[in-house]
Design a protein around this ligand. Structure first.
Ligand code: ADP
Ligand code: MG
Length: 365
């Protein structure tokens, strides 16, 4: 098993776009590692730099301890699924899958039948092998691409949005196929995805990128429970975390965070330097509690709802026009309904408004 390391990698495209900004990253041998972040944050660029499809402007790429920065893509021992990974329509699925063996040379091709059989068994696609790619469904084509990516025994598997635009059941199956191949072949797997659901479900660890800068590396649970910046907090987790400005006032022995005209007592020493100044307060929609009118409840009006079955996601707005999203039990209230929302002080995240860095997270549940 091979690890992958980006050492101080910067990528500036000829157009002047800074796509990766001093990125340092270590993907451990044998893990499924997700690269996530909003569109344009540099996910594809990072994958292409590792694959040798783009040259970094500065910095080095290591795979399995070897500096591969100057090596051609085919010398890097990769299985690759890029976003435009077309199958050849004049060949059967089987001859698409074994194509990398032909390219690698006749020696490898001799063992091709057994390799093809092994791959087809692992992925359960024997019934597809003699068919033309034109006759396959999109999900079936993706599995064939996956088999093709790993047939020549790569050390690492790099995939750019392999699950995009698939219907739910097909997507779940392909997730399982990728994980099965990952384990059966002892791969180090890099998964670029715009979907946090896929990242959560599949990755041992993830990196979150914004504008070519790493904001956080950790397990999906870490990132969800302890987002390192306000940007990560609003990006990762669905529906998005509410992040609102608040003011810190010194109280008697404690501090009070003034949020939406309510005074929320908080005891954290991390608030000491913020007396009289502002902080960002974050809370997840499912940490809002619905109650009757009380001193510390926040009155909001329902603007839009989305039924989730046993609960409802609601977009609401305060009389001052501040938007708050919340997940509430039961059926959707009519648009225009007034709700009294309660905040649980122990569930609040705090961020510094100038650096956006996290200061405080709720204790683990
Ligand atoms: P993502 O995959 O996260 O959506 P990309 O890595 O494709 O992001 O792009 C990162 C940034 O680099 C974007 O601003 C994008 O427009 C720019 N970019 C990507 N490829 C090129 C290219 N070949 N030439 C110039 N700019 C590019
Ligand atoms: Mg991309």
């Amino acid at each position: 098993m091979y690890d992958i390391e980006l050492a101080d990698v910067t990528k500036v495209y000829p157009s002047g776009v800074l796509a990766l900004d001093h990125v340092n990253l270590l993907v451990r041998a044998g893990e499924v590692f997700g690269i996530v972040g909003p569109s344009g944050c540099g996910k594809t660029t990072a994958l292409r730099v590792i694959a040798g499809l783009e040259q970094p402007t500065s910095g080095r790429v290591h795979i399995g301890g070897t500096d591969v920065t100057e090596l051609e893509t085919r010398q890097r021992g990769l299985g690759l699924i890029t976003q435009a990974n077309l199958l050849m329509s004049n060949r059967t699925a089987a001859r698409n899958i074994t194509f990398p063996l032909e390219v690698a040379g006749i020696e490898m091709y001799r063992g091709g039948d057994e390799l093809l059989d092994f791959e087809a068994s692992t992925l359960r696609i024997h019934h597809l092998l003699e068919r033309s790619p034109k006759t396959l469904s999109e999900g079936e084509r993706r599995v064939v691409q996956l088999a093709r990516a790993v047939i020549a025994s790569p050390s690492t598997l790099l995939m750019d949005e392999p699950l995009a635009h698939l219907e739910d059941l097909v997507r779940l199956r392909l997730r399982a196929d990728i994980l099965r191949i990952h384990r059966a072949r002892g791969l180090t797997t890099l998964l670029v995805t715009a979907s946090q659901h896929d990242a959560m479900a599949m990755s041992d660890r993830i990196v979150v990128l914004f504008d070519g800068v790493i904001h956080q590396v950790g397990t999906p649970t870490d990132v969800y429970e302890r987002p390192a910046t306000a940007q990560v907090a609003t990006f990762f987790g669905e529906p998005s975390m509410n992040v609102l400005p608040a003011r810190v006032q010194a109280g008697r022995g404690e501090r009070v965070v003034e949020l939406l005209g309510r005074r929320v007592p908080m005891w954290s020493p991390c608030l000491d330097p913020y007396d009289g100044s502002s902080v960002l307060v974050g809370f997840r929609p499912n940490d809002v509690v619905l109650g009757g009118p009380a001193d510390d409840s926040i009155e909001v009006e329902v603007r839009a709802t989305e039924p989730l079955g046993h609960e409802t996601f609601a977009e609401t707005v305060t009389p001052d026009g501040v938007r708050i999203s919340c997940t509430i039990p039961g059926r959707a209230p009519p648009v225009g309904t007034t709700l009294d929302l309660g905040l649980r002080p122990e569930r609040l995240h705090l961020f510094d408004p100038s650096t956006q860095l996290a200061m405080l997270h709720p204790a683990g549940r």
